[in-house]
Write a protein that binds this ligand. Structure first.
Ligand code: TA6
Length: 296
């Protein structure tokens, strides 16, 4: 499989495929501006390292790398539902797209020196058992001075689809006490821990479990990290909501694929389509949203 992937989609000196952890195929990208790794399991970006920098993304040292199991970190694709299934608790949290093996459909070295890869997941007997719609999902990953991930849903069914989704990005940080999130001020948010609604009055401080859905938000979000002396900018298109999550101490201890102290080195700032921002896709049409990540 690896040899075939390299024959069909490899690009000398910039894109090659190899077996990663758990013998899962992954794309390894090297451009003059950045390096990146994308697993074919879930079409999940695992690493994005701009030249001269440490990895922008975070992956748990305790993550599983197994079939039908989510990789803990990078940019999981949560689709076709966010969080628990609305009516069936037996169905996987955050949907099934991140649990399945995707295919590669194209790769390109652009004129600007970026590498662009397109991954695809199509409905199957397995997916139909979980969600009775025919679809094609494509994920475009573009690596260069920025990392851009775009998820496109095509409705191949005869019925309209209602989809909640997320590009559930995990960012590497030095220390929660040295990080501030800017760009969320004066934004309405739902605190998932209390289900109460608030308006953000100041840049949120990460000093406890935080799980917030910021609504009607289209601005950039900045992760200013004084410890790493860098600011990560998270932009989005066709998404009007952001989720900010850090599990903190107790929840970290309850997750088997999350180190007890790893809450100190990550923050999720997720580009999402949930609540009043979900996707309604008519038969024969498609809809996409994207996140763009870069240092500023
Ligand atoms: O990102 C917010 C969230 O919904 C949290 O409530 C937490 O559950 C997190 O996603 C991780 O979910 P997971 O299913 O990947 O453990």
């Amino acid at each position: 499989m690896i040899n075939q992937l390299n024959r069909e989609y490899g690009i000398d000196g910039v894109l090659r495929f190899e077996l990663g952890q758990g013998a899962i195929p992954q794309a390894c990208i090297t451009t003059e501006f950045a390096k990146a790794v994308v697993s074919l399991h879930g079409a999940q970006v695992l690493s994005y390292v701009p030249s001269g920098q440490q990895d922008i993304l975070w992956v748990s040292h305790k993550s599983h790398f197994e079939e039908q199991t989510a990789i803990r970190g990078g940019i999981p694709i949560c689709w076709p539902w966010f969080n628990a299934h609305p009516t069936d608790a037996d169905k996987p949290s955050h949907g099934f797209a991140r649990l399945m093996d995707w295919s590669v459909v194209s790769s390109e070295l652009t004129d600007e020196g970026d590498v662009s890869i397109c991954f695809a997941l199509e409905s199957s007997d397995e997916s139909m058992r979980l969600w009775p719609y025919r679809f094609q999902l494509t994920c475009w990953v573009r690596v260069g001075r920025a990392l851009r991930v775009e998820l496109n849903t095509s409705n191949l069914s005869s019925d309209s689809m209602r989809i909640s989704a997320a590009l559930h990005s995990y960012f590497a940080i030095s220390d929660p006490a040295k990080v501030r999130l800017y760009g969320l001020e004066n934004t309405r948010f739902i605190d998932a821990l209390s289900t109460k609604e608030f308006v953000e009055s100041a840049p949120p401080v990460i000093d406890r479990e935080i799980d917030r859905v910021y609504l009607e938000h289209t601005d950039d979000c900045l992760i200013a990290d004084a410890g790493l002396k860098r600011t990560i900018c998270v932009s989005k298109s066709n998404s009007h909501s952001v989720v900010v999550w850090n599990p903190w101490i107790d929840k970290s201890r309850r997750m088997r694929d999350f180190g007890n102290d790893e809450y100190k080195n990550m923050i999720c700032v997720e580009t999402v389509k949930i609540y009043d921002d979900i996707m309604e896709i008519e038969p024969g049409t498609h809809q996409s949203f994207s996140t763009t990540i870069r240092l500023v």
